[in-house]
Design a protein around this ligand. Structure first.
Ligand code: C5P
Length: 283
């Protein structure tokens, strides 16, 4: 038997650093959404655990000592076998949760393949990374704590999103270390945003507190944001997570798709569309 689970990208519409824990992890308040672009994780029955890589960014993970997918599999069942296949469509170390989404998709698929019951998936997920719990369900969510305290997002209107990555990997710990300034309080969010313009104007009052630090490490992020800000119909342009991927919001997915095609920098990875709708099967 073989099962495939989609691992959509995670985008932080805002990201406030609200405090710091004694172990060095930062307390956050963030609104995470999941665009309809991502990796694919296929799990198949096999006697031992293995991982194969494909897709445009698969080569970037070759030679990695212990991929998060293998760690996810072992955390679910120490000695069970499975052939894991990762189609890597998202740029790596890029602030849109690729590795976290892959780990979450792997946990979902292996639970089904192995018939695991009663596992504490959110706890296993958190152990793999602060962004993995929110990726388990891949539906819009407010993240607090270090990312593991999840609450429903406001009801979101239809909107479109462009993602751009300029091809530089940014290590998350360096960005947190380079961050200057104090803490930003959590914003008040409404229960519902009636349309994309209202959502964007509320989000403009929020920030990504890691953006300035990431630009000092990789100034090209500033160029990406400048390019996104000039696209026709753009409502908001901001960096996601610890970068370097930036996003721009539009009124509709079609507008976003058209805008993505207009970005002149050919070497930049880009995508335009709408949000991911998870299937009823739970995969
Ligand atoms: O949990 P994850 O492995 O994704 O985190 C990578 C690094 O990012 C951590 O080691 C830490 O330096 C930083 N981080 C943080 N606060 C968070 C999440 C991550 O300081 N809430």
């Amino acid at each position: 038997m073989s099962l495939t689970s989609f691992a959509p990208a995670k985008v932080n519409l805002y990201l406030h650093v609200t405090g710091k824990r004694s172990d060095g992890y930062h307390l956050l308040d963030s609104l995470a959404v999941f665009p309809a672009v991502g990796d694919k994780v296929t799990v198949s029955e096999a006697a031992s655990l293995s991982l194969s890589l494909s897709g445009p960014f698969g080569a970037a993970l070759e030679g990695e000592a212990d991929n998060l997918l293998l760690q996810a599999a072992r955390s679910l069942a120490q000695d069970s076998g499975a052939a894991l296949a990762l189609e890597k469509n998202l740029p790596v170390a890029s602030g849109i949760g690729g590795g976290s989404a892959d780990a979450a998709a792997c946990l979902r698929a292996l639970c089904k393949l192995w018939g695991v019951q009663g596992a504490d998936l959110p706890a296993l997920a958190l152990h793999l990374g602060a962004d993995v719990p929110v990726c388990l369900r891949s539906i819009p969510a407010r993240m607090q704590g270090i990312g593991e305290v999840l609450a429903p997002a406001p009801r979101l209107p239809e909107f479109g999103m462009v993602l751009v990555n300029p091809g530089v990997a940014v290590p998350t710990p360096s960005v947190f270390k380079a961050r200057r300034g104090g803490f930003t309080p959590a914003p008040m969010l409404p229960a519902i945003w009636p349309n994309a313009a209202a959502m964007a104007s509320a989000l403009k009052r929020c920030t990504n507190d890691l953006q300035a630090a990431a630009i000092t490490i990789q100034p090209v992020i500033g160029e990406v944001l400048a390019t996104l800000s000039t696209l026709p119909g753009v409502l908001l342009a901001r960096m996601s997570g610890s970068g370097a991927t930036c996003f721009a919001l539009f009124a509709t997915p079609a507008e976003a798709e058209a805008a993505a095609a207009q970005i002149p920098q050919e070497s930049w990875w880009r995508w335009g569309g709408g949000l991911y709708q998870p299937p009823q099967t739970g995969l």
